[in-house]
Design a protein around this ligand. Sequence first.
Ligand SMILES: [Zn+2]
Ligand SMILES: [Zn+2]
Length: 339
Amino acid sequence: MPKMRAAQVPYAKGPFELVERDIPDPGAGKVRVKVQACGVCHSDSVTKEGLFPNIEYPRVPGHEVIGTVDALGDGVAGWQLGQRIGVGWHGGNCGYCDACRRGDAFACETTTLVTGVTHDGGYADYMIAPASALAGVPDDLSAIEAAPLMCAGITTFNALRNSDARPGEVVAVLGIGGLGHLGVQFAAKLGFKTVAIARGADKAPLARQLGAHHYIDSEAEDPAAALQKLGGAKVILATATSGAAMSAVQGGLAVRGTLMIIGVPDRLDINPLPLILGSRSVKGWYSGTSIDSQQTLTFSALTGVRSMNEIYPFAKVAEAYDRMMSGRARFRVVLTMEG
Ligand SMILES: [Zn+2]
Ligand SMILES: [Zn+2]
């Protein structure tokens, strides 16, 4: 039986184990993916630290997967052997439940599949993925370039393109980290008057480099007042994980503006009066499904949006994970299977 390398978590909070496993065969409706690169995302801590109930261990994390179709299970249509594909957090959907038929495949009620959580993900030479989870990858994006776009990229791009903001309107991105450095690029390329908000004057050059038209140092000035000076934000994309930082920008929303939450703070205080008086809203945004991933990749290839990455060979998976969790990586961590 041919073997492959995999990095598995043996139990919640357990250490990564580099193991040899049999190369799996795809069942009906699934494909085997030969993994070329896999991003290391903060949400991998769901599996590593056991943050969701009922995770079955050992489990291989990884939901920013880029590779090629290596084998087709029975009944898979529309995908060819050797085709470049990506697999993200959305691990597939049934196609027949009420949510799927409504077009809300992200909320599929029958098969809550999450790559690297409910089934093994991309920290391995090969993985099995439902065909409904596959995104096509443009030729002009390398595997390493494309990997972080499968989660950090889609999350920011899909939130922005599904917001009410129109080109020319003010869109602010709170936080310039793993999500935010992509959010700023997408906002600028989507044609929004793009405002980056972070702490410290030292981040201003980076914000400009990413395409921001304005930078607000929230330590030096009140970010809400600064946004109002620019006319108020139609959307504030909150990528930070500080509830206090999110509360502090809320007053910068324009009338009918939306505070769009994609970072996860412990708690969030919202002042209800501006919501009522200005018909403003606070909403969350799921990342997206396979077609959203594919369009994120296409848009990025067309416009030059790229993640800034620190690259690790597969054998250094534990080091790569620690680096990501340290919060000091600039800005995404990617495992390459070539090492
Ligand atoms: Zn469904
Ligand atoms: Zn992720």
